[in-house]
Design a protein around this ligand. Structure first.
Ligand code: UDP
Length: 247
């Protein structure tokens, strides 16, 4: 299968980070990966969830929400609220985003606060959950830096950057960062979350009406790790510009 714009098997779609798109948020990023675009906004609440108070758990918490805007898809996707319940896919994705962020966050250093991460898909073309994680990582880093700048905490609770990407297999060939057309054609779909030092946070891989081999799994993992290293290099340069005030 020829890839759009002659993309190589190990090549990400063009990645773009636009910061500060939601001025009232403590950190906000519009991430673009090809035609997939996700709004990631972070707000910090000066309190913790009830269960933490009840169980006397110290430190803070981070929670995430994910949703696809009605006009993010080719045919209108009704808002969950109009159906009266969160759909299973959104619920699965927002828990993944929360776990991914908490894996790199020192909740003790955060203090008794809750970080809210809201990810809303503006345009869906495959890989929205992974783009949400990569964008959220930047938005949370910016929000935590703001807590430090405001002298609310002495140092950022973010231990490392985290990013995510998809990989898959089409016609027995492993490919990085599938768009929607590729996602539909893929017989295997893998979502990988990893940190800047290459440590894995989560691997979600499944055969779609098909199976896959150990070798293919390793191939997808290595493509994914390369893609994540590229994404984290991008996050780093955007953060450096933002901190220097030139972003
Ligand atoms: N998609 C859609 N409507 C939906 C769910 C998915 O149009 O209700 C499309 C969308 O382009 C999405 C892709 O299918 O990016 C792949 O969906 P999947 O559940 O695999 O998650 P994603 O790849 O977005 O993380």
């Amino acid at each position: 299968m020829n890839r759009l714009n002659d993309r190589r098997a190990d090549q990400l779609r063009p990645v773009n980070f636009e910061l500060g798109i939601a001025p009232h948020a403590s950190g906000s990023v519009l991430i673009g990966m090809g035609n997939t675009r996700v709004l990631c906004g972070v707000m910090i609440e000066e309190s913790v969830p009830r269960w933490m108070k009840d169980q006397r758990v110290s430190g803070g918490w981070l929670t995430a929400e994910y949703s696809m805007l009605p006009y993010s898809t080719l045919t209108r996707k009704p808002r969950d609220i109009s159906k009266g319940r969160l759909d299973g896919r959104s619920s699965e994705i927002q828990r993944l985003i929360g776990r991914s962020m908490r894996a790199v966050l020192d909740l003790e250093k955060l203090g008794a606060r809750t970080i809210w991460v809201d990810c809303d898909v503006l345009q869906a073309d495959g890989g929205t959950r992974t783009a949400a994680i990569t964008g959220a990582s930047l938005a949370v880093s910016l929000a935590c830096q703001r807590l430090v700048d405001e002298k609310k905490i002495p140092e950022s609770p973010i231990k490392k950057l985290v990013a995510a990407v998809s990989a898959g297999v089409i016609d027995d060939v492993a490919l990085l960062d599938l768009d929607y057309e590729e996602d539909k054609a893929a017989t295997v779909d893998l979502n990988l979350v990893a940190t800047e030092d290459g440590a894995l946070v989560e691997v979600q891989g499944a055969g779609e009406e098909a199976t896959f081999s150990h070798e293919q799994l390793l191939e997808m993992l290595s493509l994914g790790r390369k893609g994540i290293a590229d994404l984290i290099a991008g996050q780093r340069s955007v953060l450096a510009r933002a901190v220097a005030g030139t972003g």
